[in-house]
Design a protein around this ligand. Structure first.
Ligand SMILES: [Zn+2]
Length: 339
């Protein structure tokens, strides 16, 4: 090891680099002779194999898609997993071909969401042996988020509103289900009531909301504990929420005297009507998403360069705090906490 640490590389000067101030390059640990088992390897349990379909937003016989356990800074972060316990290089031809089709489909679905300019697709696999691909949506117009550091920004930016997040998950799930499989994330329900019955219904509606909130909190607490163990089991709680119809109103509500419809209007898209709507949206949107922004932004040059250096990233064994694990995005490219 040299006594004088190397100077910081040029990318610390890029507009997309999330930090400023004095930086030092870390000392690199000596390489280990034997790498530790990943989850799903050796004696380590596989989180993906153990997770029920309900932990996912969409599933079919061979693939499943899941979200984080809560909203994060980016408009959408999803993980595509094979159902079988295989890693990327192990895929038989059928699955390999399907992976290509699903990757493209999922990219389109996420890019069709409001406010999404681009979808970054990443595979690290240093934390888990079970194949999982990351899909990270870059918000429209946020040029500083272009390229390699997007996974870092996901942890830096304030989380997006939960109602928006749940609505987006349902839209993506509906899009995928349009081609097959099962949509597991449901759209949040608008509690529409005739004006004459507002008073009576309101009390019920609010108590339901509170109950669902409490339930979701409990679920979240459990998940946080799991994630703290580095397993990143992001059980998807949207279903509990939407089952009671409180997802949207919980966010938009709280104003005394506002009816269900008014609350939802505040928090959701006005046309997020219950039932069936998302399916047709998915179909029509699918036809015309492709052309948007196929040019390559300047930031991508950096991403390419960084990929070459991926192998040098020192991989943290433990995930970061809170979302950690899977949530702490495997940014092996930029040396964060790849899993
Ligand atoms: Zn597995």
């Amino acid at each position: 090891m040299p006594d004088t640490p190397p100077s910081v590389p040029n990318f610390t000067q890029w507009p997309s680099f999330p930090f400023e101030g004095d930086l030092r390059v870390k000392q690199l640990d000596d390489p280990v002779a034997t790498e530790p088992h990943r989850r799903g390897e050796g004696d380590r349990e596989c989180t993906a194999c153990g997770a029920p379909d309900e932990a996912y937003i969409w599933a079919d016989e061979r693939w499943r898609v899941r979200a984080m356990d809560r909203p994060t800074g980016l408009p959408m972060v999803l993980i595509l997993e094979s159902r079988s316990h295989l890693d990327l290089g192990d895929l038989p031809n059928l699955l390999a071909a399907e992976l290509g089709v699903l990757t493209v489909r999922l990219e389109r679905a996420i890019r069709s969401l409001d406010g999404v300019s681009r979808v970054h697709v990443n595979r690290w696999g240093d934390g888990s042996a079970h194949l999982h691909l990351w899909f990270l949506a870059r918000p429209h117009g946020q040029l500083q988020l272009r390229g390699t550091f997007l996974p870092l920004w996901d942890s830096i930016l304030p989380p997006i509103p939960e109602s928006t997040w749940r609505e987006n998950l349902a839209l993506v799930a509906a899009w995928l289900a349009d081609f097959g499989g099962r949509q597991l994330a449901e759209p949040t329900r608008i509690q529409w009531q005739a004006p004459a019955s507002f008073g009576a219904v309101e009390a019920v509606g609010h108590s339901e909301t509170a109950a669902a909130e409490a339930e979701a909190e409990t679920a979240r607490g459990t998940e946080a504990a799991e994630t703290a163990l580095g397993e990143g089991s992001s059980t998807f709680v949207a279903r509990q929420r939407s089952a009671t119809g409180s997802g949207g109103t919980a966010q938009g509500g709280g104003t005394a005297g506002s009816g269900g419809a008014v609350e939802s209007g505040g928090a959701e898209e006005p046309d997020a009507a219950p039932g069936g709507e998302t399916g047709s949206v998915a179909i029509s949107a699918d036809a015309d998403v492709v052309p948007a922004g196929t040019d390559v932004p300047a930031g991508d040059a950096g991403a390419g360069a960084a990929e070459g250096g991926a192998a040098s990233a020192r991989l943290a064994v433990d995930p970061g705090p809170q979302v950690g694990g899977e949530g702490g995005l495997d940014s092996a490219d930029s040396g964060a906490t790849p899993r």
